[in-house]
Write a protein that binds this ligand. Structure first.
Ligand SMILES: NC(=O)c1ccc[n+]([C@@H]2O[C@H](COP(=O)([O-])OP(=O)(O)OC[C@H]3O[C@@H](n4cnc5c(N)ncnc54)[C@H](O)[C@@H]3O)[C@@H](O)[C@H]2O)c1
Ligand SMILES: [Zn+2]
Length: 372
């Protein structure tokens, strides 16, 4: 029933496609020059679509579209049963192809159901948030919530094809765009100064709020090529890929300590600042610190930071899954005495109150700085 999952060879490409090597299958990232969603004709049997796009697709696709409201409840384990039954009712079989159009929520749902339906069917991903375009679309992971436990279960099932449509980014709110840029900055910074300098040059039009599809595609191509290096070097998160947690240990604890009042990408930007602070490189002293300050300008609301709860921060920091039994593992920029191959390194800290106080103090210093 389904046509073969083939790259969009007929459409003009804004960038050279990337081919990602994975142990389960190789897959391709395309950058087609699509003028608008209304003229887009995807080759898939069923489309799981973020309801933001209701009324924006060709009405001829309606029979193949399932709209999903993208929030955290949509990716609950219970809801996965409903989506799987929907696939069954729509007659999908082992040779059918699924397509996901949306941000990380739709990506998690589509990856998950495609990985388990009839023991796995192929799928195509069309990311629509900046975070998903520049970061999460590569890697093949799904994360599903079980009750209150966020991202507790998941699978690994890369898409056969990723279609990056630059015009989709135009409707994104500024906060989402800046948060996605923070994740993109992180990826390139982790790789090293050359990648980060190129990222900054390519990101300048997006940061300034005026970009062409070609400029956005060039930026995404660079960031994804860098992420490709990490996931191909360490597909299963054992060494190099762990470095991409840079900014996240502090960032996740900050989200928790502000009752999730700070959007994830902005928390990561603040988390990267805290990591710098922790190794004695305070605000304004490095290109990444300058850049994160630009990213946070006009989008960071002070209200959640005023509610910062130190105990909650430390509880969340201590329970980060990445830590070892006797030591905390954190990713930091190199200290002056270090010589490392990449842009950041993983260090271990003894699980001691003095270390916890230093971690907290770094976060508090960053909060004071951004509130000043
Ligand atoms: N699987 C992975 O590797 C991975 C990695 C990181 C994050 N995640 C997950 O991704 C989720 C967050 O995803 P996200 O930040 O991409 O956003 P999202 O999917 O939560 O969507 C955020 C909002 O943006 C709207 N939206 C989507 N595209 C839009 C567009 N083009 N224009 C305007 N609005 C649009 C959505 O309707 C929604 O309201 C979390 O659940 C997180 O756990 C998964
Ligand atoms: Zn993140």
């Amino acid at each position: 029933m389904s046509p073969a999952v083939s790259p969009l060879t007929s459409a003009m490409q804004l960038q050279e496609p990337l081919t990602i090597r994975s142990s389960s299958c190789n897959y391709q990232v395309d950058f087609p020059a699509v003028a608008s969603l209304a003229s887009w004709q995807p080759q898939a049997d069923l489309l799981l679509v973020d309801d933001f796009f209701a009324g924006r697709l060709d009405p001829a696709l309606d029979d193949r579209v399932v709209l999903i409201h993208a929030d955290e409840t949509a990716k609950s384990f219970d809801r996965m049963g409903e989506v799987l039954l929907e696939l069954k009712q729509r007659g999908l079989n082992r040779s059918s192809t699924l397509l996901g159009l949306g941000g990380g929520v739709i990506q998690d749902i589509t990856t998950f159901v495609a990985s388990v339906y009839m023991r796995g069917i192929p799928w195509i991903y069309v990311p629509s948030t900046f975070l998903a375009m520049a970061d999460s679309c590569l890697g093949g992971k799904s994360s599903i919530n079980v009750g209150p436990a966020k991202n507790l279960v998941g699978t690994f099932h890369p898409p056969r094809q990723i279609t990056l449509m630059a015009p989709l980014a135009r409707s994104l709110p500024l906060t989402e765009l800046r948060g996605g840029l923070a994740e993109a900055a992180k990826i390139c910074f982790c790789h090293g100064s050359e990648s980060f300098d190129r990222y900054r040059r390519l990101a300048a039009p997006v940061l300034a709020g005026e970009w062409s599809d070609l400029q956005l595609a060039e930026l995404l191509h660079h960031v994804l090529a860098v992420k490709q290096w990490f996931i191909e070097t360490d597909e299963f998160d054992r060494a190099e890929r762990r470095l991409l947690n840079f900014g996240h240990t502090w960032g996740h604890a900050l989200e928790s300590a502000t009752a999730y009042g700070i959007p994830h990408g902005l928390a990561v930007a603040l988390g990267m600042q805290a990591a710098h602070q922790f190794v004695g490189q305070p605000a304004g002293s490095t290109p990444l610190m300058d850049h994160t300050r630009d990213l946070l300008a006009d989008v960071l609301s002070p209200d959640p930071l005023l509610q910062f709860d130190s105990d909650c921060f430390l509880d969340a920091f201590r329970s980060d899954k990445k830590h070892g039994r006797i030591s905390y593992h954190v990713i930091v920029p190199p200290r002056e005495e270090d010589s490392i191959a990449l842009g950041v390194e993983e260090i271990q800290l003894p699980r001691e109150p003095a270390q916890e106080s230093a971690v907290l103090a770094a976060m508090q210093a960053v909060i004071r700085e951004v509130m000043a």
